[in-house]
Design a protein around this ligand. Structure first.
Ligand SMILES: [Fe+2]
Ligand SMILES: [Fe+2]
Length: 475
């Protein structure tokens, strides 16, 4: 019997280790939950109340009302669940936005169903949702908004319904990938043209031209209003991410001038993190921007960090107080968050600041305090956290840990030696419980190690001196 249970135990252990760790649910306050619930109830009432107005009211009408009401309520719940799944850092404001859009569309269908084409009511919100919250959330929203009609008395043209669904789906998929405002403008021209042509072929009514013209105008206004939605609801669009990643931004310029060592470290981390994120299929634009800002807090005292010391005196040696030194290290997180607030950095970017350090131990100063026989509480020498809450912030933590080791590595070191160094650092972070909330699976961690190794190979290649002959001016 023992012979069977041991391999079974081993199999169970291996299976458990291969599973993604369970993540804490997103915290939303009670008041926000109540507001979201009330919006969902309102959507359900608007979508179904007309079924109760049919005279004479009989039991089957009440049943069909109840069915419609529950169906819409469940659909709204599914929309919220999917948006939470796709956006790990979603806020209650963003859930309120997405449900309010549904409420507005259902109300617009009731008020203007016979006068305004569904193209102009469904496509613009889909564009905003796909830009700020991703394609899957937008596609879910589009399917609920297209399928649920509050007024069954209005005959819906099947062809128009089909065209709306296709155009809104195209906008949802492309909207999540678009990386510049120029591409958005192109979308606002090509989608109405596409809708015009398909309506002309499938429907051929006179008013199709005005329908598509209204759609183009509404889409243009939507694009103009996206920055307002970004600031009010904290939406993080690709265009906003790329704007923030501009190295001419004042905070990044300051970092390059006042803390050049940290700036160099940041650039190398961007390379490591980008490669690893590409390997696991994460959000590359998010991590590139997050990596750029992760250590801005070091601007409060650049020369206290080794990369900026340039051979000059180390202030930590001068004060010779491990507790004070640990405070200075923690301050680079606290001050970083202050800089983030001042520069109005979106929350998903600001999250990189505390999460890249997690609750890591400041090993060097902890060791020093122990050496001095001081009364040491390990928590005084740990960052305040939280540990990485997303795959991207976890990758940044791992890249941050590996950067110095890879930079210092001997140019003649083999790939196996580099991989061993990377694996050791990543294993120590895992062992310390830093990755438990990050959703990174074992397979993804394996890919991250490979990605870091690829970047190391690139660095080594750059550092190899090529023999050049005199007067050799061609390249
Ligand atoms: Fe840091
Ligand atoms: Fe760093």
């Amino acid at each position: 019997m023992k012979n069977i249970t041991t391999p079974l135990k081993k199999l169970f252990y291996l299976w458990r280790r291969s599973q993604v760790p369970i993540k804490q649910p997103i915290k939303i306050s009670k008041i926000d939950n109540l507001i979201i619930f009330l919006i969902c109830i309102l959507i359900s009432i608007i979508s179904s109340y007309k079924l109760l107005l049919i005279a004479p009211l009989n039991l089957s009408n009440i049943f069909s009302w109840l069915f419609k009401f529950t169906e819409t309520l469940i659909s709204s719940g599914i929309l919220i669940l999917i948006s939470k799944k796709e956006n790990s850092t979603i806020t209650s404001r963003q859930i309120i936005l997405v449900t309010s859009f549904l409420l507005a569309v259902q109300a617009a269908k009731l008020a203007f169903a016979s006068t305004i084409s569904p193209l102009s009511t469904i496509i613009p919100p889909a564009l905003i949702i796909s830009q700020g919250m991703g394609s899957i959330t937008a596609l879910t929203w589009v399917s609920i908004a297209s399928l649920s009609w509050p007024d069954p008395a209005i005959p819906i043209d099947n062809n128009l319904f089909f065209i709306t669904l296709v155009c809104a789906s195209v906008v949802s998929v492309l909207g999540g990938r678009i990386r510049s405002r120029a591409q958005l403008l192109q979308l606002s021209i090509f989608v109405p043209i596409g809708a015009l042509l398909s309506q002309w072929i499938l429907i051929g009514r006179n008013e199709i031209f005005s329908d598509c013209l209204i759609l183009a105008i509404v889409m243009l206004f939507t694009i103009l209003s996206i920055p307002i939605f970004e600031s009010i609801f904290g939406l993080l669009t690709k265009a906003r991410l790329l704007e923030l990643a501009d190295k001419e931004k004042p905070l990044i310029r300051r970092l390059s001038l006042e803390a050049p060592g940290t700036f160099e470290h940041t650039l190398l981390i961007c390379g490591l993190a980008e490669e690893a994120t590409r390997m696991i299929g994460g959000d590359i634009d998010l991590i590139k921007t997050g990596a750029l800002y992760h250590d801005v807090g070091k601007l409060h005292a650049p020369n206290w960090f080794i990369e900026n010391q340039d051979g000059s005196k180390n202030p930590h040696d001068e004060i010779d107080d491990p507790f004070k030194s640990a405070e200075v290290l923690q301050a680079h997180v606290d001050e970083g968050l202050k800089y983030a607030r001042k520069s109005r950095l979106p929350k998903p970017i600001a999250n990189f600041i505390p999460e890249h350090q997690g609750t890591l131990k400041m090993g060097y100063f902890f060791h020093k305090a122990n050496e001095k026989n001081l009364k040491v509480n390990e928590n005084d020498f740990r960052y305040k956290g939280p540990v990485p809450q997303s795959k991207e912030t976890a990758i940044l933590m791992l890249a941050d840990g590996c950067e110095a080791a890879l930079r210092a590595m001997n140019i003649n070191a083999s790939d196996d030696e580099a991989l061993e160094t990377i694996s050791k650092i990543i294993f120590s972070r895992q062992n310390d419980g830093q990755l438990v909330d990050s959703d990174l699976s074992k397979g993804e961690i394996f890919l991250i190690k490979r990605a870091f190794l690829n970047v190391w190979k690139r660095i080594r290649h750059r550092r190899i001196q090529y023999p050049t002959t005199k007067n050799n001016t061609f390249s």
